[in-house]
Ligand binder design. Structure first.
Ligand code: ADP
Ligand code: G6P
Length: 463
């Protein structure tokens, strides 16, 4: 078997024992645990440096070799906070209003992609399968080609790929699409994403596209004559493991403490990075509407929202954090009683075991992003349920996961009235209906888990 080399901005070493909030790190770790290989990227540290960038430090943990290096303060500001998270992230999530455009940060983005290429090249062998992840590193394949790397290079985008109407706002759109054509395989979560990408390739003249298999696959001939493929690989979770973890954690002391604190009240749970794409203000407003419209829920339902801070140096993330603190305080001020707090709002991370117990204890999983590539929390919530008494998933139509989870109560997250109605329905859904909906989704999650995702991608990359 060829060696797998994974490259991503965020690397989450298993040895640190910390839980990383973020779908990419969670999924790559699960995938690499099985197959082994190298995982190259940023070590999460900022180096106040003036000297030349350090070489990656190699650490072995089981079958995974971590090769990580710090970023300089300037690279972190321009590439990570700047172009990746203040330009690309909002645009890819349809938030033109939040995107900033700045030639300096684009310069930094290209510079760090070139740096990653310089630093990873000495580690590569001719037979390696190189798999690059996410929007931080779109130009990396092209940089590797410029350094003479001829091996199979794949890219996977963990976010949505929006319509050309949105991406037209990006001055570097043409460059980035041409850069993506340097890979052999480009992967997306859904057919919609792939379809929009195909339109962008055609519209920019970066290549010609032939869509096959009902839009799940595209053969692309780049302008320079290179052949590549773009395909749909919906990311998933380690279903069997999570089912087991949740069954145990459901009985754990921590989950019992959560249950005790509810004193018989129903629990709605939300678990997200604190990101404006997750629709948290709308979710809080929907919960308020539930209490307004259906007062029988007063003192009878608690909403636990876990949202660890993310990208806190970027202004928009500071703004949303303040907004949510105000909203949670306001709603609790309006409705709380001396023995009941409607919203429990926690800005921290939990280990996977604890989280799975919390999912299992909740009657409703509330997952309402305004846009999301896939959303692993939706899948984790379903896998963590007790099959004999499962909770109900309320899921945004604008999450990639909604394509595979049609048995959830699908909602428009902007329509807070509709979300409130679905919450009420979920809280009162009969057991038979809950079981039917849950078992259909669980069956699919068992059949297409993280291992299938990795195997399918790697097989396609191996050609
Ligand atoms: P995103 O990748 O945009 O953050 P996903 O829902 O796809 O969204 O993935 C989030 C991942 O991070 C999930 O695996 C989830 O369990 C994990 N996660 C989110 N919040 C927390 C938290 N507070 N503690 C631990 N893990 C978290
Ligand atoms: C999303 C992105 C990932 C990113 C994660 C956490 O899942 O697609 O690339 O790693 O969020 O964000 P962070 O900026 O902390 O890496």
């Amino acid at each position: 078997m060829n060696r797998l080399v994974i490259i991503s901005n965020r690397v989450a070493p298993v040895s640190e024992g910390k839980s990383q909030a973020g779908g990419l790190a969670v999924a790559i770790l699960e995938a690499l645990k099985r197959q082994g290989g190298i995982w190259f990227g940023w070590n999460g540290e900022i180096e106040e440096r003036t000297q030349a960038p350090a070489d990656p430090v190699l650490k072995q943990a089981g079958s995974i070799t971590y090769a990580t290096m710090p970023l300089s303060r300037r690279d972190h500001d321009e590439y990570y906070n700047g172009y990746a998270n203040a330009t690309l992230w909002p645009l890819l999530h349809y938030r033109l209003d939040l995107a900033s455009f700045d030639a300096v940060t684009y310069e930094g983005y290209r510079r760090v992609n070139a740096l990653f290429a310089d630093k990873v090249t000495p580690l590569l062998r001719t037979q390696d399968l190189v798999w690059v992840h996410d929007y931080h590193l779109m130009p990396l394949g092209q940089e590797l080609r410029r350094r003479g790397q001829g091996q199979r290079l794949g890219f996977f985008l963990h976010t949505p790929w929006p319509s050309p109407e949105i991406l037209n706002a990006l001055p570097a759109m043409q460059d980035l699409i041409e850069a993506l054509c340097a890979y052999d395989l480009v992967g997306f979560h859904t057919r919609d994403d792939l379809g929009c990408f195909a339109q962008c390739v055609t519209a920019t003249g970066a290549g010609t596209v032939e869509l096959v298999d009902d839009g799940a696959w595209a053969r692309i001939t780049a302008a320079d004559g290179r052949q590549l493929e773009a395909r749909v690989f919906p990311i998933s979770i380690d279903t069997a493991n999570l089912e087991k973890l949740a069954a145990h954690a459901g009985q754990s002391e921590t989950t019992q403490r959560l249950r005790d604190s509810l004193v018989g009240r129903a629990l709605i749970i939300g678990v997200d990075r604190l990101d404006y794409s997750k629709g948290l203000p709308q979710r809080f407003a929907a919960f308020q509407e539930l209490l307004d419209r259906y007062p029988e829920n007063l003192s009878a339902v608690s909403f636990l929202q876990i949202a660890p801070p993310s990208r806190s140096e970027v202004t928009e993330y500071q703004v949303i954090r303040r907004e949510l603190e105000t909203m949670a305080g306001h709603i609790n001020g309006l409705f709380a009683d001396f023995d009941w707090m409607p919203i429990r709002y926690l800005n921290r991370s939990f280990g996977r075991r604890v989280l799975s117990g919390f999912y299992r204890a909740a009657q409703v999983g509330l997952v309402t992003p305004l846009r999301d590539g896939m959303n692993l929390v939706a899948k984790e919530y379903v896998a963590a349920q007790d099959p004999d008494d499962p909770g109900v998933l309320v899921l945004s139509r604008f999450a990639g996961a909604s394509r595979e989870m049609g048995e959830a109560l699908l909602v428009n997250p902007y329509d807070t009235g509709e979300v409130a109605e679905c919450l009420q329905r979920a809280l009162h859904m009969p057991l038979v209906e809950r079981k039917e909906r849950h078992s259909a989704m669980l069956r699919r999650l068992r059949a297409y888990d993280i291992t299938r995702w990795r195997e399918d991608y790697v097989a396609a990359l191996a050609g």
